[in-house]
Design a protein. Structure first.
Length: 205
């Protein structure tokens, strides 16, 4: 049995799983995996585990692959309203006011050790799109096209779909999916936010 949990930085589920496993280790064999990420990465990991199982891969190979996916996946969040970061304790109110006046669009990145942290400050929608494409190109080359891309949004579906269309023009062979923001990214991003998950789906050295 394999159990995949939300990032240990965001939830105590992984630690709880390990404690339960230790207590019942003589009765049941469970492999606990820290996804190091959020729910959309977990969804891809589950799909990949099922595909590996159907192909006849052994449990050890599946666990090794899932740990690799967890470590290599990256999640980003573009925040439209800086006051959401103030409410989440990620930004001072004065900085939010100044940032809003300067039309700064912060791109946050999920880090398994630090949680959600600032990745880059961008000023215009055009530069935001250019940054998304830059990240996509880097990931596509890094994983030789073996990549899942999930775009999530805070009630701005058309914006998310537009991003996917731009991505498809460059890399039509990638699997793209669009969803609403989950609870973790939603707390930090709020309405208007765009999240992005880049998830490798095949081992690449």
């Amino acid at each position: 049995m394999i159990g995949i949990s939300l990032s240990a930085k965001l939830s105590g589920t992984f630690q709880t799983m390990q404690m339960i496993m230790e207590e019942y280790k003589d009765k049941i064999q469970v492999y606990s995996i820290n996804s190091e990420n959020t729910s959309y990465v977990i969804g891809s990991m589950i799909e990949q585990a099922m595909e590996l199982d159907e192909s006849g891969a052994g449990i050890d190979k599946i666990v090794e692959h899932l740990k690799w996916v967890a470590s290599e996946s990256e999640v980003y969040l573009l925040v439209k309203d800086l006051h959401n970061l103030v409410k989440g304790g990620r930004l001072g109110s004065a900085s939010a006011v100044l940032g809003s006046l300067l039309r700064i669009r912060p791109i946050m990145k999920f880090d398994n050790d630090e949680g959600v942290k600032l990745y880059e400050k961008v000023r215009t929608d055009r530069r935001v799109m250019a940054k998304w494409v830059e990240i996509l190109v880097e990931k596509y080359e890094r994983f030789k096209g073996n990549l899942d891309v999930v775009v999530v949004h805070g009630d701005v579906e058309q914006d998310a779909l537009k991003i996917v269309e731009n991505f498809k023009e460059k890399f039509p062979d990638i699997k793209y999916r669009v969803y609403y923001l989950g609870s973790v990214l939603g707390v930090h991003g709020g309405n208007g936010a765009i999240g992005m998950a880049f998830i490798p789906n095949k081992y690449v050295e």
